[in-house]
Design a protein around this ligand. Structure first.
Ligand SMILES: *Cc1c(COP(=O)(O)O)cnc(C)c1O
Length: 384
């Protein structure tokens, strides 16, 4: 059935559903940029990119040039690609030549971009990042003037695609005061650049959480990361979203499921240790199934004797230590398990569902980290 010991499946209908919700929630006029950094939040950039394009996304954001390159290989010029972070000089040359958009977060890079554009005879597509209070990257207040001067003098060498910023933790209300100040600085920057006759095609500031919490800041583009995959940025944002709604169900659906297969079965008498060492001792006669996913495949060793998978619509507990390439589960209470049966590690089977947070034993807030840790080597495919 499977040609690799595990497989990640992405649901097209779930993504279609999520996009319909975004259109209702954010309106038709705002451009949605699909954020596919971190291997598309573990969904696999080469599979997810074309899927997102097919379902209606018209713009993509990545962190670094290597991610842009991988995406470009599969979608070409079908939609603009924007690099929000790292790009070395060689990569910048490539980006300018291929029309890849990128963020300018300091004056040094602006000069570099303009001189490279001149040299290549090709206009760089720039997004000016404003430092509004996150203190990570972005043009400081005192850099606005020299930046504006450079952009005005060398207008013919670049296209001002965007002016943007990023909020420091919109998913938690504890950052409210900090973000209020960021909003003020960003508004001031937009007004200031407008007075210098520098108007970008897109003004953008919002990630998923900010788009839900601060809809007045959505402007022309939302950089949509975690929401598109069907996860809320935090529990708090979900609760805030539900506040004025009668329907308390989540309107978004998760795309991802992760499945494997039963490799072999075994019966062990009471009083035996299972697997390496002595961490699990059978109190009664126990039926076991071996699943060919281990810590090298992204199933953490810390889930030894803790993790759960689904087989035949029922939960099966991990027993003993998670090995490098396999793990063992107790199927004593699950009838009719056969080699080749489907094993769900993340996702639904019958009436039950294992979520990413259950899989990692982490809180909802760390879905980001859990998702991006799903190994890149795992095979991924799209299902209806
Ligand atoms: C990751 C990222 C986003 C998307 O964040 P989500 O919370 O996943 O929506 C948006 N903007 C920037 C600059 C980012 O780095």
């Amino acid at each position: 059935m499977l040609d690799s010991p595990g497989e990640i499946l992405l649901s097209k209908s779930a993504l279609r559903n999520n996009l319909r919700f975004f259109r209702r929630q954010f309106g038709k006029d705002v451009l949605l940029s699909s954020v596919v950094k971190g291997n598309a939040y573990g969904h696999g950039i080469e599979v997810y990119g074309p899927l997102a394009l097919e379902c209606g996304f018209e713009h993509f954001s990545v962190f670094s040039a290597d991610e842009a390159y991988r995406l470009y290989q599969v979608i070409g010029k079908a939609a603009p690609i924007m690099v929000m972070g790292y790009l070395d000089d060689a990569a910048m040359e490539w980006a300018i030549q291929e029309g890849i958009e990128f963020w300018i977060f300091d004056l040094h890079r602006l000069k570099k971009a303009l001189s490279l554009s001149k040299q290549l005879g090709q206009k760089a597509k720039l997004h000016l990042e404003i430092e509004s209070g996150m203190h990570r990257t972005g043009l400081e207040r005192k850099e606005w003037k020299p930046a504006a001067k450079l952009l005005t003098e060398q207008k013919e060498h670049c296209i001002l695609k965007g002016i943007c910023t990023h909020f420091a933790g919109a998913e938690s209300i504890s950052n409210y005061v900090r973000i209020k100040e960021q909003k003020r600085v960003f508004r001031e920057a937009l007004a200031w650049f407008r007075r210098q006759k520098l108007e970008p095609e897109y003004r953008h500031a919002c990630c998923s959480a900010a788009a839900i919490r601060y809809p007045e800041m959505c402007y022309d583009m939302i950089r949509l990361g975690i929401l598109q995959y069907g996860f809320w940025p935090s529990r708090e944002i979900f609760i805030e979203f539900l506040k004025n709604r009668t329907d308390k169900r989540s309107p978004i659906k998760r795309l991802i499921s992760w499945r494997s297969t039963v490799m072999s079965l075994k019966e062990v008498d009471a009083g035996e240790f299972i697997g390496y060492g002595t961490s699990y001792f059978t109190g009664v006669k126990t039926k076991l199934a071996l699943v060919p996913i281990g810590y090298s495949g992204g199933f953490s060793r810390s889930l030894s004797n803790h993790g759960r998978v689904l087989i035949n619509g029922k939960r099966a507990a991990v027993v003993g230590t998670v090995n490098m390439n396999c793990l063992c589960v107790d199927i004593s209470e699950i009838p009719n398990v056969k080699p080749g049966d489907e094993v769900i590690i993340i996702g639904k089977q019958g009436k039950l569902e294992l979520t990413v947070s259950a899989f990692t034993e982490m809180s909802q807030q760390l879905n980001y980290e859990a998702l991006t840790r799903i190994p890149e080597v795992m095979k991924r495919s799209v299902v209806e």
